[in-house]
Design a protein around this ligand. Structure first.
Ligand code: KG4
Ligand code: ZN
Length: 334
């Protein structure tokens, strides 16, 4: 178990990644090849292009991961792969590679949930304690997940429309900023001297769900009205107003959920965890309330295979293996 060496593969969206993880904790390699330069000009991920690029890269990325880890295929004890959620054509590329390896080497195959990966990225750098609450924020997801014990997930809140990262990218696009727009909005928000006040979507008072499409529409309305009146738009103030609205709702709901479920830790993960406004606001609230906050380094927040290896290790430990007839599951539930 502690000596188990997992080769993990992640191809659910626009990153082709392979990693070698020992004992569920030690990253021996984590190779990530981003396709951003391909999708950039379209302002978002084009599924067909993503699959094709994964096919081109996957073998090379796996070889590189083995090489960097200084291991050979005979040293690998199991193959982990993202089974879903994600783009079906993209997932399939990783799955086919994983199945072939598991079959050829006659070792276990572990289909892994992408969000479990984002959450267990924390275990690669911290020691998780249960129960804990995870705030998962990325381009495809916005979820509050309760972990009552190791590997036991319960989604207590989720977005009803856009994911946070998606909202960031759409707002950035309206401001004619490059894709992905999250980091640009984050930077503008920090440069701003003032904020344009925007609404907060609290939904029903008891709900841990989120909604960002109304906020996005409010931002677009400000942009359109300003342009129509021929006025100059204070883009930084708008970015800051948007970021403040997003952050306040995320932080408030995450803290309330952590308290209600007696969480010993709050985990922040997914690509949007890189957001400076969100990180600092959450850190301040956790500090004030004496709740430990766990955040992986940025390289483990964005999509990568190391996190898939970390989550798969728990399943391997419990012998929760996946058959070779495994299928991509774009709507895979935790
Ligand atoms: O987790 P990730 O790499 O891919 C998905 O699984 O979706 O997340 C990518 C998302 C993009 O929407 C990107 O704009 C956003 O994370 N993002 C940010 C920041 N850095 C990346 N959003 C806000 N602030 C940032 N600093
Ligand atoms: Zn992701």
């Amino acid at each position: 178990a502690a000596a188990d060496v997992i080769l993990a593969i992640e191809t659910s969206c626009d990153e082709t990644s392979a990693a070698v993880i020992r004992g569920g904790k030690t990253i021996m390699s984590n190779v990530v090849s981003s396709q951003i330069d391909i999708h950039e000009r379209f302002g978002g991920v084009v599924p067909e292009l993503a699959s094709r690029k994964h096919v081109e890269s996957i073998t090379l990325i796996i070889e590189q991961a083995l090489e960097e880890a200084e291991v050979e295929l005979k040293d690998i004890s199991a193959i982990a792969v993202t089974q879903g959620p994600g783009l079906v054509g993209a997932l399939l590329v990783g799955i086919v590679a994983a199945k072939s390896l598991a079959m050829a080497l006659d070792i276990p195959l572990i289909g892994t949930h992408h969000i479990a990966g984002h959450i267990y990225a924390n275990e690669l750098v911290h020691d998780m304690a249960y129960p804990c609450m995870a705030l998962v924020v990325s381009g495809g997801h916005t979820e509050l997940v309760l972990l009552a014990s190791e590997g036991e997930f319960r989604v207590v809140g989720r977005t009803r429309d856009d994911a946070v990262g998606e909202a960031y990218d759409k707002v950035a696009r309206a401001l004619r900023l490059p894709y992905p727009g999250g980091p640009h909005i984050d930077r503008l928000a920090h440069e701003a001297e003032e904020a344009i006040e925007l609404p907060r979507a609290w939904l029903e008072s008891e709900s841990y769900d989120f909604s960002f499409s109304g906020l996005k529409s409010a931002v677009l309305a400000v942009i359109n009205q300003t342009r129509m009146k021929g006025l100059e738009l204070n883009e930084a103030a708008l970015a800051r107003g948007f970021q403040e609205s997003v952050t306040e709702v995320l932080v408030t709901k995450a803290m309330r959920a952590a308290r209600e479920y007696g969480a010993k830790q709050l985990l922040l993960c997914g690509g949007v965890a890189a957001n400076r406004g969100l990180r600092s606001a959450l850190a301040a609230r956790c500090e004030a309330e004496g709740l430990p906050l766990l955040v992986p380094p940025n390289s483990l927040c964005t999509d990568n295979a190391a996190m898939i290896g970390a989550a798969a290790f728990l399943k391997l430990k419990r012998e929760q293996l996946t058959g070779l007839d495994m299928k991509a599951d774009p709507g895979f539930s935790l």
